[in-house]
Design a protein around this ligand. Structure first.
Ligand code: ADP
Ligand code: AMP
Length: 217
């Protein structure tokens, strides 16, 4: 199964990607997680990416394409993958197309999460993430079992540095301008599935599995 999760920031891509990754036994590739790890480690990539991430802007395409190309070379991707947060513009989508063509593989589906803007703000405000394993929680909609502690690895949860009001608004603006055209792009490729992302986490997941297994239209 080779999947791409598309949608505005805060739509629930990371949450569903982790669930799909467990369900299908495929790696979850999040360019955002890879960049945050690089910033934390202070690598050259992290130093370069940090200023863009803090402003809610896209990190330059050449850096992103290098990350993705390298990640897709890893043997675990032979089973498939679920990508979240990539591609973010037409240049990246074309770059991915080329990489996949060279490998002689095809995407199975691109899933677009539909969530209105007003709801995104509430999701950002309550989001808490695990700095170690990248798991995403919500204080109201998806709280951890023990307050502020990651269920999966026991680390203390944090608020993402870019989950503040002004950066969030910029990220939504960048999404609308740069990423939204990909909905049409993948519709034209005939592999787009749109899903109502306002339903509960479990309902969205159930719907997704049904759609991917061809049980519902
Ligand atoms: P993205 O990866 O698209 O930026 P996340 O998966 O991190 O989004 O989700 C954003 C926030 O919304 C998190 O706090 C998450 O727990 C919460 N969330 C995700 N899906 C839902 C949902 N279907 N209903 C309510 N809250 C959700
Ligand atoms: P995310 O975790 O997907 O919300 O991404 C967090 C931030 O990382 C974004 O606001 C961008 O600055 C950067 N980023 C993540 N993925 C990409 C990408 N594919 N292209 C450019 N920048 C990205």
């Amino acid at each position: 199964m080779r999947l791409i999760l598309l949608g505005p920031p805060g739509a629930g891509k990371g949450t569903q990607a982790k669930m799909l990754s467990d369900y299908f036994g495929i790696p979850h590739i999040s360019t955002g997680d890879i960049l945050r790890a690089a910033v934390k480690e202070g690598t050259l990539l992290g130093v370069k990416a940090k200023e863009y991430m803090e402003k809610g802007l896209l990190v330059p395409d050449d850096l992103i394409m290098e990350i993705v190309k390298e990640r897709l070379e890893k043997p675990d991707c032979e089973k498939g993958f679920v990508m979240d947060g990539f591609p973010r513009n037409l240049y990246q989508a074309e770059g991915l197309k080329k990489i996949l063509e060279e490998k002689n593989i095809k995407l199975d589906a691109v899933i677009n999460f539909d969530v209105p803007k007003e709801e995104l703000i509430e999701r950002f405000t309550g989001r808490r993430v695990c700095p170690s394993c990248g798991a995403s929680y919500h204080i109201k909609y998806n709280p951890p079992l023990k307050e502020n502690i990651c269920d999966k690895c026991g680390s203390e949860l944090i608020i993402r540095a870019d989950d503040n009001r002004s950066t969030v608004e910029k990220r939504i603006e960048v999404y609308e301008k740069e990423t939204m055209p990909l909905i049409e792009y993948y519709k034209n490729e005939g592999i787009l599935i749109s899903i109502d992302g306002t339903k509960s986490i479990d309902e969205v997941f159930k719907k997704l599995i049904g759609l991917l297994r061809g049980e519902i239209q």
